[in-house]
Design a protein around this ligand. Structure first.
Ligand SMILES: NC(=O)c1ccc[n+]([C@@H]2O[C@H](COP(=O)([O-])OP(=O)(O)OC[C@H]3O[C@@H](n4cnc5c(N)ncnc54)[C@H](O)[C@@H]3O)[C@@H](O)[C@H]2O)c1
Length: 278
C-alpha cells in the first residue's frame, strides 16, 4: 500500500544489481510512493545485472558511474539533475565490496591493496558521493542521504573481515558530513544497520546461511527482510523524519540489543530438546 510519502521528490539510487538487491526494493517502493528516480551502478554491474529492467519498471533513467570515481560522479549528478529536472531530495548509497572477502583472504592475512579497494568502494565512496553532491549543490534543502551498514562495525562477527572496518568508517562519515551538510543546507545523513540479507553481496559473506539462522534466533522480531529495509528507508526519505540525522539506525528485529535468546539457547540446551519456544 502506497501513501504518497515521496510525491514530487527526486531521488538518486546507487547499488541495484538485481531484484534481490536492497537498492532494488528501495527503488520500487520509492517509485510507488511517487518519487522520480535516477538509477546508477558500475558499467560492469549494469551489464551483468538487470538494472535496465528496474529502470523500465520505474520509468527512470540509468546513468552508469563507478562511485569511487569523481569524474563519473560529477557526470552522474549533472546528467541526473537534467534527467529529473532539478536537484535531488534523497540519495541512497547501497554499495559494498571487499576483494579480500572475494579472494578469501582472512583478516589476519589481508592483502593491503585489496583493503584500500574495500575501503574506497564500501566507505570512501560515500564521502565522494556526498562531497560531489555538495560541490554541485545537487541536493535540495531538507534532503535526506542514507547508506546501508551492518552491526559488524560495532561487534566482531566471524568472517565479516575487512568489511567491518569499512562499515565503521562509513558510519563515521555519516556523522562527520551530517554536521557539515546539516549546518549548511539542512540535509540529513543517516546509516541503516540492516539484518543479514540474502543478496549477491550478502551471499559473499562466509557462512551467511548460519549467520542468518543465528540472528533470526536472536532477534525477538526476526531478521528484517530487504523489503522491510526498503520500507524503513522510505520513511527516512520522507518529510516525516526531517530532524533525524547523524544516526546509525538499527533495522534488525532487535538483534543489536540482544545477548542471548531462548531460541538461540535451545541450540545448546539438551533440556529444551523438542520443546517449542519463542
Ligand atoms: N546483504 C546483507 O546481508 C547486508 C546486511 C547489512 C548491510 N548490507 C549492505 O547493503 C548494501 C547493499 O548490498 P546488497 O546486500 O543489496 O547487495 P548487492 O550485491 O545487491 O549490492 C551491492 C552493490 O554495490 C555495487 N557496487 C560495487 N562496487 C561499486 C562501485 N565501485 N561503484 C558503484 N557501485 C558499486 C554493486 O554493483 C551492487 O549493485 C551494501 O552496503 C551492503 O554492505 C547488506
Amino acid at each position: 500500500m502506497a501513501y504518497n510519502l515521496l510525491k514530487g521528490k527526486k531521488g538518486l539510487i546507487f547499488g541495484a544489481l538485481n531484484d534481490q538487491s536492497i537498492a532494488w526494493k528501495v527503488a520500487e517502493k520509492a517509485h510507488e510512493e511517487g518519487a522520480q528516480l535516477v538509477l546508477t551502478n558500475t558499467p560492469v554491474s549494469i551489464r551483468l545485472g538487470t538494472l535496465n529492467e528496474l529502470a523500465k519498471k520505474t520509468n527512470s533513467e540509468v546513468i552508469p558511474a563507478d562511485a569511487t570515481n569523481i569524474e563519473d560522479l560529477n557526470n552522474l549528478m549533472e546528467k541526473g539533475m537534467e534527467s529529473v529536472g532539478g536537484k535531488f531530495d534523497f540519495i541512497l548509497h547501497s554499495i559494498g565490496m571487499s576483494p579480500n572477502v572475494r579472494k578469501k583472504k582472512p583478516y589476519d592475512d589481508l592483502n593491503y591493496d585489496f583493503l584500500q579497494k574495500t575501503l574506497d568502494i564500501s566507505a570512501i565512496s560515500f564521502h565522494k558521493v556526498i562531497q560531489t553532491a555538495k560541490k554541485l549543490d545537487a541536493v535540495n534543502e531538507w534532503g535526506s542521504i542514507v547508506a546501508l551498514t551492518y552491526v559488524a562495525a560495532q561487534r566482531t562477527l566471524f568472517e565479516y573481515n575487512d568489511m567491518a572496518d569499512a562499515k565503521a568508517m562509513l558510519e563515521s562519515i555519516a556523522i562527520s558530513f551530517g554536521y557539515i551538510y546539516g549546518r549548511s543546507k539542512r540535509i540529513r545523513i543517516n546509516t541503516i544497520s540492516q539484518s543479514p540479507t540474502m543478496t549477491t553481496a550478502g551471499s559473499g559473506v562466509k557462512g551467511i546461511d548460519k549467520l542468518m539462522d543465528f540472528s533470526e534466533r536472536m532477534s525477538p522480531l526476526g531478521n528484517a527482510t530487504a523489503d522491510e529495509c526498503a520500507d524503513f528507508t522510505i520513511t527516512l526519505f520522507s518529510d516525516l523524519t526531517k530532524k533525524v540525522t547523524m544516526q546509525n539506525l538499527y533495522h534488525d528485529g532487535g538483534f543489536s540489543s540482544m545477548g542471548m535468546s531462548k531460541r538461540a539457547m535451545i541450540q545448546y540446551e539438551k533440556s529444551f530438546e523438542g520443546k517449542d519456544c519463542d
